[in-house]
Design a protein around this ligand. Structure first.
Ligand code: XCC
Ligand code: SF4
Length: 649
């Protein structure tokens, strides 16, 4: 490692105070973190703009990013073909991740229905019947198991259907669906779409960036309205639909005198099973016999967000903090399943004698302890993890330094709950939201989501962007690592309404909600799609999602999954801004297609900005444009004048 004084200052790496403290400690301990590698490894300038193709062994072919039309690949592939193909493969990979995760949830659901999985049950039969009815499955007077089996079969089509539209497109607003039909991009099963995407991006197949874009959208839609939505619905049915709960977050949730276990990854089953194991009297006794006060279960990344919304389990931080938290020395075990698991977590764990355990057959790490989770007997795995953690607790030998910071906030806003909360139990619905947008108190809504990235100061853009949006009366909904950035910054409390503009603040204070609503993990971006669909259905704000005064943003994204999500929002009609980098060569026709032309066809479009205030400006400008098109731009001016008058009085 470089000399301490030559290293970039932790304050410049992250705005997360706990993570800063851990970077300081890691440096003292001589432990390298991914922040240090990001500093020492410049991104490849050609790859950064996606101007390289390695789809066959005539290449790899590198084009000139400064003058993208000056040459073509050996096969003749133009820059537009190359960037579009690369982009398409990112969408295919992201979609595969979400749909494979959703498929695992369906496997579990099937096991619960046919009785082979005994440790879980259907926790939310109301949602099961609602989802079934939304797919025209008969529920009247039928036993739950029977309805569940029919639902399972319908949802399986989301993946396997060879021909025809996937069942969940029934939820898409009519006019939006019309646009997709015109373009021929209503998804069939996700397996088919991903397969076709991979095929069409292979050497010598689809070499027309506009035609490729159609399949890119179709694949992404198979994620948003398919795999991700199934994943969310089944998780709710099996583990309960979230409703608001107060949760403590940040690294201060670790407790020195407890056995600390962190669960990191994406499938809710691991942490759900951990909760059961950690509650077992025999294991609790084993922990106290070892001298601990108890077992402290803590989540990170999306796994953490899933159970935080359902059970109020504390959350230690987002993607950029998963190595840093180990540096505290207080983590007795970190256990992981799939996605966003840095391989180097193993080495950092070893530096602090933390038990690092992989649990999923699809995601092993060379050299790491693997205790496989079998859905038919999940507790065998989680009991053993707890026993391992207790043994590490007994033999703790490293100095422990836990950052003291915690923040409390309200999380767990499902789209069902938002409906209920706004309308009350007698008249639940989205009318109050639409009304407040139409009357101008709320200017519009924004989804701020996605990862953190060591190439972008951790949490900074998320927090600054959201502050700017709420200040301008834009209601914010959140998922993923972004939600944790705002939670740590204290913006998920009702008190944060004080930072909102007068109109939004008034609505938040009346309903008693924060101006920033956390909806859960990244697959739960499907909840945002449902909110958008409800807003259209409720009326008064246009006929398609593309008509709504809304926008989306992933300011510090890093994963291919984020690109898939961005594309399904764009294809659904949402203006979507990405921050700090975009995997495309500037000045190409493909860029113009994504950033301008798609909008003219009735879709949303992509945007890009590096600075959070600029991101907010673009999003608000779009929201205002939509308000104008809807003819509701004038009311807002009146409302704000009223408000100022009232305040003056
Ligand atoms: Fe991963 Fe889902 Fe990104 Fe966070 S936000 S870094 S994808 S954990 Ni999903
Ligand atoms: Fe080069 Fe064409 Fe092969 Fe890509 S597919 S590596 S552009 S020859």
């Amino acid at each position: 490692m470089a000399k301490l004084k030559d290293l970039i200052r932790p304050e410049d790496i992250t705005t997360c105070d706990s993570t800063q403290q851990m970077i300081h400690k890691a440096r003292k301990d001589g432990v390298e973190l991914f922040f240090d590698r990001a500093e020492n490894m410049r991104p490849c300038p050609i790859g950064n703009e996606s101007a390289c193709c390695k789809h066959c062994s005539m290449g790899p072919c590198r084009l000139n990013t400064k003058d993208p039309y000056s040459r073509v690949g050996i096969c003749g592939a133009t820059i537009d073909t190359i960037v579009a193909r690369n982009f398409g493969r990112m969408v295919a990979a992201g979609t595969a991740a979400h749909t494979d995760h959703g498929m695992a949830m369906l496997d579990l659901f099937r096991g619960v229905i046919d009785g082979t999985v005994k440790d879980f049950e259907i926790k939310d039969p109301v949602k099961l019947r609602e989802v079934a009815e939304s797919l025209d499955i008969e529920t009247e007077g039928r036993p739950l198991k029977e309805v569940a089996m029919d639902l399972y079969k319908a949802l399986e089509l989301t993946y396997t259907q060879v021909e025809g539209e996937i069942p969940l497109v029934k939820r898409v607003p009519k006019k939006t669906l019309e646009t997709w039909r015109q373009e021929g991009i209503v998804p069939r099963g996700a397996m088919r779409e991903i397969m076709e995407m991979m095929h069409r991006t292979a050497m010598g197949v689809d070499q027309d960036y506009e035609n490729l874009t159609k399949q890119i959208s179709r694949t992404a839609l198979a994620d948003g309205w398919g795999g991700s939505m199934v994943s969310t619905d089944i998780s709710d049915i099996l583990f309960g639909t979230p409703s608001p709960v107060e949760v403590e977050v940040d690294m201060g949730v670790l407790k020195e005198d407890f056995v600390n276990i962190i669960v990191h990854g994406h499938e809710p089953i691991l942490l759900e099973a951990m909760i059961v194991s950690a509650g077992a009297p025999s294991l609790k006794r084993m922990a106290t016999d070892a001298g601990a006060k108890g077992i402290n279960l803590v989540g990170m990344c999306c796994s953490g967000l899933d159970v935080l919304s359902r059970h109020g389990i504390p959350h230690a931080g987002n993607f950029s903090s998963t190595e840093a938290v180990l540096v505290s020395g207080a983590v007795d075990a970190m256990t992981v399943d799939i996605q966003c698991i840095k391989q180097d977590l193993l080495r950092v764990s070893e530096c602090y004698d933390t038990m690092f355990i992989t649990t999923n057959y699809r995601a092993k790490i060379e050299g790491a302890m693997h205790i496989e989770m079998n859905e038919h007997s999940p507790l065998d795995c989680t009991d053993e993890i707890i026993i391992k953690a207790i043994s590490r607790y007994k033999n703790r030998s490293k100095t422990i330094q836990i950052p003291k910071r915690t923040a409390k906030g309200i999380h767990g806003f499902s789209h069902e709950y938002i409906k209920y909360m706004l309308g009350g139990s007698f008249r639940s619905g989205y009318e109050p939201l639409n009304d407040n947008i139409i009357n101008g108190r709320i200017r519009g809504a924004a989804g701020v989501v996605g990862c953190t990235n060591p190439r972008s100061k951790q949490d900074f853009s998320h927090v600054e962007l959201v502050k700017e949006l709420i200040k301008n009366d834009v209601l914010v909904v959140q998922t993923g690592c972004s939600q944790m950035a705002l939670a740590k910054a204290g913006l998920t409390t009702p008190g944060a309404a004080a930072m909102a503009g007068p109109g939004l603040a008034e609505v938040c204070e009346t309903v008693g909600i924060p101006p920033v609503l956390g909806l859960g993990a990244c697959v739960d971006n499907s909840r945002i799609l449902m909110i958008l669909a409800e807003m259209v259905k409720t009326g008064g704000l246009g006929e398609a999602i593309a008509d709504l005064p809304v926008a989306g943003c992933a300011p510090e994204w890093m994963s291919e999954k984020a690109i898939a999500i961005g594309q399904y929002f764009v294809a659904s009609g949402v203006f979507t801004v990405f921050g700090h980098t975009f995997p495309i060569t500037k000045g190409t026709r493909f860029e113009r297609h994504l950033f301008e032309e798609l909008e003219g066809k009735g879709f949303g479009k992509w945007g890009f900005a590096s600075d959070p205030i600029e991101m907010a400006r673009q999003m608000i400008a779009h929201i205002d444009k939509k308000r104008q098109q809807l003819g509701i731009d004038k009311v807002r001016e009146r409302v704000l004048v009223d408000m100022a008058d009232r305040r003056a009085l």
